[in-house]
Design a protein. Structure first.
Length: 317
């Protein structure tokens, strides 16, 4: 098999008409260049250059090889340009995994900022439950994924590198005219007689409600099982019951409900939102860029705090 570097040297010598000029272009001495051309001639089994008093001239075989060399040189330069474009986030595809709450809160702002800075990078997002998101990372279907964990359900996976983005507190959702809205902080133990709206299908937030109430010394009385947070808010607004929810799930809050902080001896659990990647794969420039954007956006959401009159009032600037 022909040596590609020697073939490129031959091409430079033919194009420049001089072995000395070709050696300079290839960052080598003229003596080393002459040796490399001689080796290429031995590999090809025939002379490729005619040495003239001033410069060189290709033989028929040398001219044919030089034409091939020009094509290879073009492809190599195109490859370098491609790598440069990827490194500067002018091209490429970034695959992300996310869960619904993050997709409705953190991720839209992050995607908007990332695309504004790097319009040439295509982003693909797939949503899933925790197990599905972890599998996407392991199989390479996603380079980055937003995950969540509670104290009793940590993401313990040595194959994943985890970055903590923010703590997402659990808040109490009550009707806008609830007497509880006058309280700066509500103790869960005071709500033992309340009717509750719970998430259906063994949703993690249903587990949060049961655990929190158990810690406060009572079992919740379930009035309705909802399938999404908008439905849960509607039932709360209708006076059917009250609910617990992560703050990020309520960035689109109805005007007829209020969000209250929980405190006392049995505060509601805090959900940790994480950015994860597989340790076995090198982070691409696009992945690094999105990771930085996600950290910035997460700080913005974390700093917004709990506003009982308008939760999630994060400025999308």
């Amino acid at each position: 098999m022909l040596n590609v570097r020697r073939l490129l040297l031959l091409t430079e010598a033919v194009d420049r008409g001089s072995l000395t000029a070709a050696a300079e272009a290839m960052s080598m001495t003229t003596s080393a260049a002459s040796q490399q051309v001689s080796l290429l001639e031995r590999e090809s089994g025939q002379p490729l250059l005619e040495r003239l008093p001033r410069g060189v001239r290709p033989t028929g075989a040398g001219a044919a090889l030089a034409e091939r060399g020009r094509a290879i040189r073009r492809e190599l330069r195109a490859g370098e340009a491609d790598l440069e474009a990827f490194a500067h986030l002018e091209r490429g595809t970034l695959r992300l995994g996310s869960f619904p709450t993050a997709s409705a809160s953190l991720l839209p702002l992050a995607l908007t900022r990332f695309r504004r800075r790097h319009p040439g990078v295509r982003t693909i997002v797939r949503a899933g439950v925790l197990a599905q998101l972890r599998e996407m990372l392991h199989t390479g279907e996603a380079e980055l994924a937003l995950l969540w964990e509670y104290e009793w359900n940590r993401v313990e996976d040595e194959a994943l590198a985890l970055t903590h983005l923010l703590d997402d507190p659990t808040v109490l959702v009550v009707p806008a005219d609830s007497p509880l809205r006058a309280h700066p902080q509500v103790h869960l133990a005071e709500l033992a007689d309340a009717e509750w709206i719970i998430r259906a299908d063994n949703h993690p937030v249903a587990d949060v409600l049961r655990r929190s109430c158990h810690q406060a010394g009572f079992a919740p009385r379930i009035a309705y099982e909802s399938h999404d947070y908008q439905e849960a808010q509607a039932m709360v607004a209708a006076g059917l019951g009250i609910a617990l929810a992560p703050r990020l799930a309520l960035t689109s809050r109805r005007s007829d409900v209020r969000l209250l902080a929980l405190g006392g001896d049995s505060p509601a659990p805090v959900r940790r939102v994480l950015c994860a990647r597989a340790r076995s794969r090198a982070v691409t420039p696009a992945g690094k860029g999105m990771g930085a954007v996600l950290r910035t956006v997460a700080r913005k959401f974390a700093d917004s705090g709990l506003d009982t009159s308008r939760v999630g009032a994060v400025r999308h600037s």
